[in-house]
Design a protein around this ligand. Sequence first.
Ligand code: 5RP
Length: 234
Amino acid sequence: MNVGKENAAMAALDFVEDGMTLGLGSGSTAEIFLERLGERVAGGMKVQGVPTSQRTAQVAKEHGVPLIEPDKVESIQLTIDGADEVDPQFSLIKGGGACLLREKIIAHASERMVVIVDPSKMVDTLGAFALPIEVDPFAMALTAEKIYAALMKSGCSDATTVLRQNKDGSGPLITDGGHFILDSECKKIPKPAETAHLLSKIPGVMEHGLFIDLADVIIIGETDHAKVMELARE
Ligand code: 5RP
């Protein structure tokens, strides 16, 4: 068990209020949160969740967390999700679990986003974790060239991009939305907002894993407590 992830997930419950519609993130930390949320639901708390992946929907069901289709919600008050990297400006790399497109749609639609991580995810500069980019399979080599150009133009000194494979060796990973994931190892992304902007302009890019100006709260789970950092947005 990762105590840091557990403590972060527990602390996120403080942000959940009765009656809320929640965006439910994906990944191992988000799954711990779902387990704890399920305990609250069993105790009488009334919430409903919009899952960001098929896997999250399945885990939420296992823990008795009620789900709702994204197009049936009036508003989403809060999204709770994990991250692969977090920088001091609360910019994130996400998509290690290949769910970044749906995660970003739901985070963007939410009034607030709480990110739950262990201390290993905190970095000074994003980029040591290879940046996941969800692409349409059509003309992927052309899209990969454009991605490389965008990374170079926005100050990344080099980038090696690989097509993500299924862990069982059965071929390229296909996301819930039917796309591929290119992982771009940049080592450092010195200007994440500029990189994000340039990547978003490439037609074959469905979405990229840079989450800029989306996270409001970062909860870092330490071994014996959780540190909560809030960003005041204007
Ligand atoms: C999935 C994600 C996850 O939030 C991210 O990979 C962190 O995962 P974990 O909580 O397992 O460390 O972005 O697409």
